[in-house]
Design a protein around this ligand. Structure first.
Ligand code: ES4
Ligand code: ZN
Length: 343
């Protein structure tokens, strides 16, 4: 089924875990290639395991399925499959998370992951019309020492990595644990983002801002609960990378209709809409635009605003070349025909 024009508006995707794009079909293909037996009879049975109760039950499956990712070729195939899907969804620029510690734990080294992903990313503009950047995430339920070792392991590959992030189980793992590693990454010239306020309350967002010095907050779903936090986020133009389908699937909210996206935009927050782990959460980013349009009654001007915000919030500001690319993408958003289509 081809996607509605509204869903295909040119956009950047800023909150996307590459491991969360692993579709069941590719998982079985890579498992066969690597001689791994998955504990599911077939893709249908695997999909049935996607009924998550919360973040932790998702993470358990997400980490276990990564076992099929072993070689550079596997990571290349994973990224290439995502980019092909993303192109169909109107994505023009993607800032892609990866979880090196989850692979190192299985004996897969940093170089295998980064070089494999890079192979696909290096030809993405030519093949898929998508510019890309790579963001390395630390797992917040592991130690600060492990994060520091990961940063050390990434040093030979820093020309391939634009920034760092923080993901995995949030509650009970506050950002403060990672102050030193964020300082060290900043000194290396890396940009900083972090998941904050996904399941956790606004205090997690405050810590990400004040202790880690993040430039962008991944989720921040419950920010409206704290008016002072809203004031701060608006004042400093800190973008939020929201993931509405993820919030529903992980049961942080009951229904998409309950999502605070519109209220957050009304409050002046710089909101973006993203897919998080699209293979697991029932939709890629264009599908997500379509879903919020339908469920929240987001009108065409707001759709255009979300698309524009995605480029404004991107890290396409590090060079004159990137700035020019961003200006071109924003011009594409402004010129995109929305008004004479039903969406
Ligand atoms: C994640 Cl939805 C989500 N939250 C936290 N960490 C993650 N890693 C991959 N997906
Ligand atoms: Zn995420």
């Amino acid at each position: 089924m081809s996607l509605a024009p509204l869903a295909r508006i040119p956009k950047a995707e800023l909150h996307l875990h590459i491991e969360g794009t692993l579709e069941p079909e590719l998982a079985f293909e890579l498992a066969a290639r690597n001689g791994i037996t998955l504990p599911y009879a077939d893709t249908e049975e695997l999909r049935k395991a996607y009924l998550f109760a919360d973040l932790q039950s998702f993470l358990d499956l997400y980490y276990s399925l990564m076992a099929v990712l072993v070689t550079e070729d596997d990571f290349e195939a994973l990224a290439d499959a995502y980019l092909a899907r993303a192109a169909e969804q109107g994505v023009r620029h993607a800032e892609i998370f990866f979880d090196p510690q989850a692979h190192a734990a299985r004996g897969v080294e940093m170089g295998t992951v980064v070089e494999g992903l890079h192979r696909a990313l290096a030809r993405s503009e030519a093949r898929h019309g998508i510019s890309t950047k790579l963001i390395m995430c630390f797992l917040r339920d592991r130690s600060a020492e492990s994060a520091m070792e990961t940063l050390e392991a990434a040093k030979p590959y820093l020309d391939r990595i634009v920034g760092i992030g923080l993901d995995s189980a949030e509650v009970g793992n506050p950002a403060s644990k990672f102050r030193e590693v964020y300082e060290a990454a900043g000194a290396l010239g890396l940009r900083k983002v972090a998941h904050a306020g996904e399941e956790g309350d606004p205090s997690y967002v405050w810590e990400a801002l004040d202790i880690l010095g993040v430039e962008r907050v991944d989720h921040g779903l419950r920010s409206l609960e704290d008016p002072e936090l809203v004031t701060r986020l608006v004042r400093d133009r800190i973008p939020l990378t929201l993931c509405p389908l993820s919030n529903v699937r992980l049961r942080t909210i009951d229904m998409l209709e309950d999502h605070p996206l519109v209220k957050m935009m009304d409050a002046g927050l710089l909101c973006t809409v993203n897919s998080d782990d699209p293979s697991y959460f029932g939709g890629y980013v264009g599908d997500t635009f379509h879903a919020v349009h339908e469920a929240l009654g987001i009108d065409h001007e707001r759709v255009r605003e979300l698309a524009r915000n995605s480029f404004v919030a991107s890290f396409l500001d590090g060079s004159a070349e990137d700035e020019a690319l961003r200006a071109r993408y924003i011009a594409e958003v402004e010129a995109y025909e929305l008004d004479d289509i039903s969406g």
